[in-house]
Design a protein around this ligand. Sequence first.
Ligand SMILES: Cc1cc2nc3c(=O)[nH]c(=O)nc-3n(C[C@H](O)[C@H](O)[C@H](O)COP(=O)(O)OP(=O)(O)OC[C@H]3O[C@@H](n4cnc5c(N)ncnc54)[C@H](O)[C@@H]3O)c2cc1C
Length: 462
Amino acid sequence: MPLPDQVPVVVGAGLAGLLTSVCLSKAGVRHALLGPPTPPDALRLGESVDAVGSLELAALLPELAEHLIRKDNVALHAAGGQCSVLDFIALLSAPRVRSSAHGLFGLPRSTPWLFHLQRYGFDPALFERCVADPLVSHGPQRVTEVEAEGDRVAALHLEDGAVVCPSHVFDATNHVRLLGKAFGVPPQLLGGPKVTVFTRYLRDDDGCDHLTGPNWLRTSHLMALTEARHGFNGLVWCLPMPGFVSVGVSLEADAARPDDATVLDVAARAGVDRGVDWRGRYPIPGPVQALRHQYFFHERPWGGNWMMVGGSAFTMHLGASSGVSIALATARVAPGFLRRPQAVGRRLEGYVRRAIAAQETYDLLQYSEQVDQAAVERWVHEGIQRVTNHAALCGTPAHRLAGNLGWWMLQRRLLTWPGFGCPDALFTLPAGEASIGWMNAREGTALPVTERPPLALGESAG
Ligand SMILES: Cc1cc2nc3c(=O)[nH]c(=O)nc-3n(C[C@H](O)[C@H](O)[C@H](O)COP(=O)(O)OP(=O)(O)OC[C@H]3O[C@@H](n4cnc5c(N)ncnc54)[C@H](O)[C@@H]3O)c2cc1C
């Protein structure tokens, strides 16, 4: 079927492109989606979702809830073994947090907890949903050339020789930065080049006591490795899910380090020391991969009739769990961009600038020998600022006003973390027994798969 001309075109069928397509469809906009689906055997990354992403995603796509895996906490493990835990259930059930997230900033009350996204199930199901929509014309071809007229995209040339003349273009090509390159907009780099070494460990059942088993299973783990203790500096992530755990280590690309298998081995032993024995629970090793990459942002991620969405607008520290929420936020404003490109484009610029301000906090956490209380509180504070930033980009005019005001007050410390009425949601575990004990405390006994409680999406966070 030939692709239509003079309709909006989304380039890239990864997460950001698909979410943009969903948002355009929900707004009743006929559009084209270009690019191949991700191959089924490709390793998929980006499972840990932050508060904004969890609440928005659960509300946007309740039909895909089976791929949202409950997580209750995030644990920041210092290299010395101490650990700060942020308890999301306590946080999301605190009345002041709940009412301001929903009432002031317009976030939906769609889930009482946060998620790990099971991307192996979620991404293909999302792709099927998008291409089955009668408003979507999907072409699996790649775009090979962009024809520009001033600050507008006039035509897109496809690999099969076809030419499409779009009304608007949403660039969802991630680090390819199709339109950034076409319009000569250089990326601003955030820090030096990184290498991420990652893998999955699997088990041959689905680990069905995920909801009732040890606390560490319902937790996103970030773990500092330091040269002094571990032989190299790095930040480990460990994201347990039913059936597999996603593990990776982020390192400075140009620093000395052992081979990839040894890096993962050191990380696993650091996990065992903290009571988080992922290789014990998920004994089947998956393939090891290494990815060289660099964080960047675009000061102006939009033009006359084009906008960058998701990772092509900017990418920041993996530990920020923000790739999914960036994709969601930029997708949500796509329909508005069609009507008011200048206004939405300028809001997008502000959103990017505010979001990347948190980048250096992850470097502080990464090199922590002991829990750095100030850095941890700064991390939580910035997590709350992310909610206000999201509202300032995506909300109704009233929510945008509240989002900007909230950001300003947080920035000037006129609002602070204990002022949110849930200081107990953040606590520190000392190194050794206490930390290991908390990680391995169980909630009741295991349930058979069929008796697993549903996620209860749509339920009020109260
Ligand atoms: C190691 C690692 C760990 C991460 N962990 C997390 C996490 O825990 N939480 C989180 O929220 N985020 C995380 N992220 C980020 C998250 O994975 C990404 O933000 C998200 O998947 C990016 O989605 P995207 O759609 O922007 O890019 P992609 O998924 O890369 O999609 C880009 C698409 O564009 C297509 N494309 C490229 N060029 C063309 C062209 N010329 N024509 C047509 N199509 C084209 C590609 O085929 C691809 O389908 C992680 C990232 C990495 C690398």
